[in-house]
Ligand binder design. Structure first.
Ligand code: D9Q
Length: 117
């Protein structure tokens, strides 16, 4: 139907916006702690403390494999990644500070692409 075609277009626009947001996050100077999964041999307690690890490489792969039902589903994984960072790191540590900076950058980009009504 016309409505279904319009909705499919919206989904395609949202997916494209989510892909470009991840690219912008990857290029941010504070992205270094988030580019790959946390190394659990370097940080042996990580697996016990963080029940659902998440990082930009996993989010990018999920986007490419069409595993997100919606932009909200995608946003949930980004917020999980930043919340994991706050759980495991002191605010004034290098990783903790990078997490706060990158989260702020993400939320700004999110609102640029999807202005709250
Ligand atoms: C999200 N997060 C990341 C780290 C971390 O240190 N990641 C960077 C690891 N090195 C960067 C270049 C080579 C490997 C530690 C705790 C944490 O919660």
């Amino acid at each position: 139907s016309k409505k279904e075609r319009a909705n499919k277009k919206k989904e395609q626009r949202d997916l494209q916006a989510c892909k470009s947001i991840v690219q912008e996050l990857e290029g941010h100077e504070d992205a270094w702690p988030f580019l790959l999964p946390v190394n659990t041999r370097q940080f042996p307690t990580y697996k016990k403390i963080i029940k659902k690890p998440m990082d930009l490489s996993v989010i990018k792969k999920k986007l490419e494999d069409n595993l997100y039902k919606s932009r909200e589903d995608y946003c949930e994984d980004l917020r999980l990644m930043f919340n994991n960072c706050e759980t495991f790191n002191e605010d004034d540590s290098p990783v903790g500070k990078a997490g706060h900076n990158l989260r702020s950058f993400f939320e700004t980009k999110w609102n640029e692409h999807f202005p709250p009504t």
